[in-house]
Ligand binder design. Structure first.
Ligand code: MG
Length: 227
């Protein structure tokens, strides 16, 4: 069983599901169409790191001018509390253990070039250390409304992303109802709800600080993959 310590909690995720294109301002900056139903994709468990772990910039990307852009995306994630399949939106919060910060690190040039030839986002999203979570999982009792939280990201102290979770196109109950039609979510599974605008490149040596109101801040140094 896969173990992950997040602050004072230990979770056993079996999968990471992410929403794409869930904030209007981010959809506009990527010139993507506005979705009429949630766009989701999976990340693999090898990507997971937690607060203060380094984010590894892959040499494969760094040394190739066709691929040398890696972006940060700060997101609110929720952690599944109990198995759920075919649940209705009104019951959604019974299935959520709590909330955490999620960094969806993305090999942007690779993602765009793959997309242009109709390949999936799989490669560009799943390098080691490309999903950071933490610093804690904050329970649903402490965050009664996850759709009114300030969310921000700084690189080397400079504000790059700043928004509020109220701007999500698809809200958490709707997301869970939709997802659970397709797959069974299990306790510990991680669902990330998409990023607002302001995504921008990171490089080795950068310090990323991602914060969400009522949850805290995660801090990560970007390092170049060693030989
Ligand atoms: Mg994302």
């Amino acid at each position: 069983m896969f173990n992950m310590k997040v602050g004072n909690s230990t979770i056993h995720p079996t999968k990471i599901i992410c929403l794409g294109r869930n904030y209007l301002d981010h959809i506009q900056e990527t010139k993507a169409p506005i979705p009429t139903e949630p766009v989701f994709f999976a990340k693999t468990l090898n990507t997971l790191v937690t607060n203060n772990d380094p984010i590894i910039y892959p040499k494969l990307l760094y040394e190739n001018p066709n691929y040398n852009r890696v972006d940060h995306e700060v997101e609110l994630a929720f952690i599944i509390f109990q198995p759920c399949k075919n649940i209705s939106a009104v019951k959604a919060y019974d299935y959520i253990r709590g909330y955490t910060i999620f960094l969806d690190i993305t090999a942007r040039k690779m993602q765009i070039s793959d997309r242009n030839i109709k390949l999936p986002w799989y490669r560009s999203k799943n390098f080691d250390s490309f999903s950071a979570i933490g610093p804690e999982i904050v329970s649903c009792h402490e965050i009664e409304n996850p759709h009114n939280l300030k969310i921000q990201l700084k690189v080397n102290g400079e504000l790059r992303q700043f928004s509020n979770t109220k701007h999500m196109l698809f809200k958490i109950p709707e997301i869970l109802e939709y997802l659970s039609k397709f797959i069974t979510l299990k306790a510990g599974d991680i669902v990330a709800t998409g990023t607002p605008s302001g995504v921008s490149p990171i490089k080795p040596g950068d310090i990323i600080e991602a914060s969400i109101e009522k949850i805290g801040t995660i801090k990560h140094e970007v390092i170049l993959e060693s030989d």
